[in-house]
Design a protein around this ligand. Structure first.
Ligand SMILES: C[S@@+](CC[C@H](N)C(=O)[O-])C[C@H]1O[C@@H](n2cnc3c(N)ncnc32)[C@H](O)[C@@H]1O
Length: 385
């Protein structure tokens, strides 16, 4: 395996390795994705969409944002009466989802629109520039650098994300003969990468124990400690309202099943996926499935109550996707036909509809039930967090 990709970034990574002797896979991934100006997300390169490396639901059709906006209206009207109402989006990518939400509110519910502060937390300066351009007509949008910049228990409303946690750097671990090791990397003069194993640190072992995870012998998999920390920060900042997390992933009992012996870590480059983590460094996305049990467990420690766990298909259908499809069908023109096809891909089983999950947590809400969770998928093991 050779380190290939953005030369300046490879130099930075090698310098770090030379200084420390080795670096953990997590630190490598963090640099590959987020090293200032050179990482995949922090450098100016198209990532999302046809000319990028992957699609997200936000990019596919405005209905995704419009249905979320409907959910936020219900929360505004019936669950969180504090004003201003805050909608905090973390990791907003190109800002299309924010645009669709705000545009729907402006056109359909001026009261909610006028009383809403829409706040974006985004790590990528490249994406922030695009978001500012896309959202320039909306005066009620603000950018905040980090969730920790909010005062504790100061947010009333909704904190949500779409495909945020899957893009966090993860610790790569292997279980050999009953013992958990963490993957570190070293690189020689010719840029050949070698993975070496060190005893897993206390925090990793505690996570496995606290979540009661049974890792099969021989498995290589991921532990997302950054997600654990982040959901707790979110919990601390929320005063009253909801946390809605949309992403691909599973409960931990499913995530660490023996048929996932190589874990879920994947790279995306020009719409092709691979397990070549050390290629195209700084030019490709690296992502892993989210452990939703961990978000539930550690969220609870920070005051977030669990409300429900569903898939995207059920969530969007509960919020009125079929009405949109019916309306488009009646129009019977080419654009509507195209939209119907795009909307189907948001809900199709075996595709985004089933692969993407929605976790809803809340704090300080008396009757927390919400429309998006009205009808749930069959609560098999795959939905038990
Ligand atoms: C896979 S993209 C998803 C973008 C968007 N939500 C969408 O649906 O198209 C992940 C986004 O999260 C951002 N991100 C990653 N870690 C972050 C963090 N700790 N805080 C804020 N944004 C973050 C990335 O820069 C990127 O814009």
């Amino acid at each position: 395996m050779k380190l290939t990709g953005r030369k300046e970034l490879i130099k930075v990574i090698k310098d770090r390795i030379n200084k420390n002797g080795s670096i953990s896979f997590r630190d490598f991934m963090d640099m590959a994705l987020y090293y200032p100006e050179l990482g995949y997300y922090t450098s100016p390169k198209v990532k999302i969409g046809g000319y990028g490396d992957f699609y997200t639901a936000s990019e596919l059709d405005r209905a995704f944002g419009e249905l979320l906006a409907k959910q936020f209206i219900e929360i505004y009207n019936e669950k969180v009466k504090e004003r201003p109402f805050q909608i905090v989006e973390i990791g907003a990518g190109k800002g299309y989802l924010a645009y669709d939400i705000l545009n729907y509110l402006r056109n359909n519910n001026s009261e909610v629109f006028e009383n809403t502060r829409y706040i974006i937390i985004e790590k990528s300066p490249y994406h922030i520039d695009i978001q500012k351009e896309v959202l320039k007509d909306f005066k009620n949008v603000e950018w905040i650098q980090d969730i920790i910049d909010f005062e504790d228990e100061s947010i009333n409303g909704v904190i949500f994300s779409n495909e945020l946690f899957d893009s966090f750097p993860v610790h790569l671990i292997r279980k050999i003969n009953g013992k958990i090791y963490e993957v570190f990397i070293i690189v020689d003069d010719k840029d050949n990468v070698k993975e070496i194993l060190k005893d897993a640190n206390e925090e990793i072992l505690r996570y496995i124990k606290e979540l009661n995870i049974n890792i099969p012998d021989g498995m290589q998999t991921e532990i997302n400690l950054d997600a654990k920390d982040y959901i707790q920060k979110i919990g601390k900042k929320l005063n009253k309202g909801y946390v809605i997390t949309i992403d691909y992933g599973y409960p931990s009992a499913e995530l660490y099943k023996p048929y996932r012996m190589r874990g879920t870590l994947l790279c995306y480059h020009k719409h092709k996926y691979s397990e070549n983590f050390y290629e195209n460094v700084g030019l490709q996305d690296i992502t892993s499935h989210v452990n939703f049990s961990a978000l539930k467990y550690y969220g609870k420690l920070a005051g977030l109550e669990f409300l429900g766990f569903t898939d995207q298909a059920h969530f969007l259908t509960n919020l009125g996707l079929l009405d949109i499809l019916n309306e488009l069908q009646q129009r019977d023109d080419y654009e509507s036909y195209e939209r119907i096809n795009r909307l189907k891909s948001l809900v199709l089983p075996k595709g985004m509809g089933e692969k993407f999950k929605v976790l809803v947590q809340y704090k300080n809400v008396k009757k927390p039930d919400i429309k998006g969770l009205e009808i749930l998928p069959y609560q098999s093991e795959r939905f038990r967090l």
